[in-house]
Design a protein around this ligand. Structure first.
Ligand SMILES: Nc1ncnc2c1ncn2[C@@H]1O[C@H](COP(=O)(O)OP(=O)(O)O)[C@@H](O)[C@H]1O
Ligand SMILES: [Mg+2]
Length: 364
């Protein structure tokens, strides 16, 4: 089922301002859409509007071609999984999964078939007659998913369902959820504040900040062509390096004068209206070039190595420029670097993200 939002907005009673506003979004049938953003930006508010748990202050919400604004939650054919998934402690896994179907007075045979099907997909067959207290956190989370799945909803809503799990389990569950989605092909809307989770799981990421969509696109779009400075900083780990400075024709000079980068032709053309104006230039950690590979015409910077984090296949270097600017660079693991050493690094001229100094919108 396709889900469409037209100018959707929410103002909570007693609040002065809208919590979210002007949300225009089309979520394709069968896709996995992740709503991403910092805490308090309005992710749960939006999801709860889709679920019917929050009223809609303005705009329209459609499932397919059907206007849903005033439809009761129980008639929306959705299922929702929350961060805190309360299972019934006195019931077996089987009964927990079957619960909503029993409430709807489904036939016993249908219930059994659906529970067994969910248990198989979620690898819970062995635990069907265990109580929640006798299984692990990850298994309990899968029971919560199973409970939502058996209803065969048109739209599957998940609000930070993995946040309570430890890091390793979270990674496993990410993969399981993606697999599950591939099998079920149910349109899914998944809320998280974790950019890594969004990058690995989503067909499409909708990045929210302060109740507005900052960018809506494939994970690689947000990483490679962030629409503004906020998106550039929110997506990616380590965080993107940002220089502030001015443009003069095809030369960017940082405020301290220590970093000078010659722009390529395309970027020069893109910033030609910004002569003498403030800009931000972003470069991701993996786009610095080791000194040994430097060629003519590439901007070089001198930096002192402050911290080395070696992960084996790669290493993160925290380096300091003479003006004390800190940068993070990712270098192949086999290269030799020592603490407090001075090194020369190059800046790939085709890897720059340039943003307007005032509006912070992307220029190139
Ligand atoms: N029921 C409510 N009444 C009033 N304000 C609310 C209510 N629920 C959430 N808010 C406010 O709306 C903003 C967004 O909250 P929320 O949607 O929960 O953010 P997120 O899920 O992105 O962390 C917050 O400032 C929060 O305090
Ligand atoms: Mg929330």
């Amino acid at each position: 089922m396709k889900v469409s939002m037209v100018n959707l907005g929410k103002k909570y009673e007693g609040r002065e301002n809208f919590t979210i506003r002007g949300i225009n979004l089309e979520i394709e049938d069968k896709s996995f859409c992740v709503i991403l953003g910092p805490s308090g930006c309005g992710k749960s508010t939006l999801l709860r509007m889709v679920a019917g748990l929050n009223s809609i202050t303005e705009g329209e919400l459609y499932f397919g071609d059907r206007l849903i604004n005033k439809v009761e939650p129980k008639d929306r054919d959705i299922a929702m999984v929350f961060q805190s998934y309360a299972l019934y402690p006195h019931m077996t896994v089987y009964d927990n999964i079957a619960f909503s179907l029993k409430m709807r007075k489904e036939r016993k045979q249908v219930i059994h078939h659906r529970v067994m099907e969910a248990a198989k997909v979620l690898q819970l067959e062995e635990y069907l007659y265990s109580k929640p207290s006798d299984i692990s956190g990850g298994q309990r989370q899968r029971v919560a998913l199973g409970r939502a799945m058996v209803r065969k909803p048109q739209v599957f809503l998940m609000d930070e369902p993995l946040s309570n799990l430890d890091a390793k389990l979270r990674e496993q569950m990410r993969i399981e959820l993606v697999r599950l989605h591939k099998r079920l092909e149910t349109t899914s809307i998944y809320v998280t504040h974790d950019q890594a989770e969004a990058m690995t799981m989503a067909d499409r990421i909708v990045l929210l900040d302060q109740g507005k969509i900052q960018q809506n696109g494939a994970p690689s779009d947000l990483y490679n062509r962030p629409a503004n400075l906020f998106v550039a900083k929110f997506i990616g780990s380590p965080t993107i390096n940002i220089f502030h400075g001015k443009i003069d024709h095809d030369l960017f000079t940082s405020d301290s004068g220590q970093v000078k980068i010659r722009l390529n032709e395309k970027d020069t053309e893109a910033v030609k209206e910004h002569q003498g104006k403030d800009v931000y230039v972003g470069i991701r950690s993996e786009r610095f070039i080791p000194g040994t590979q430097l060629t003519d015409g590439i901007a070089a910077i001198e930096a002192t190595i402050d911290v080395i984090e070696n992960l084996g296949k790669e290493q993160s270097l925290v380096v300091k420029l003479p003006d004390q600017t800190e940068l993070v660079m990712t270098m192949p693991g086999h290269l030799q670097f020592g603490m407090d050493e001075a090194h020369t690094f190059g800046i790939d001229p085709n890897a720059l993200h340039i943003f307007d100094g005032e509006t912070e919108e992307r220029l190139n």
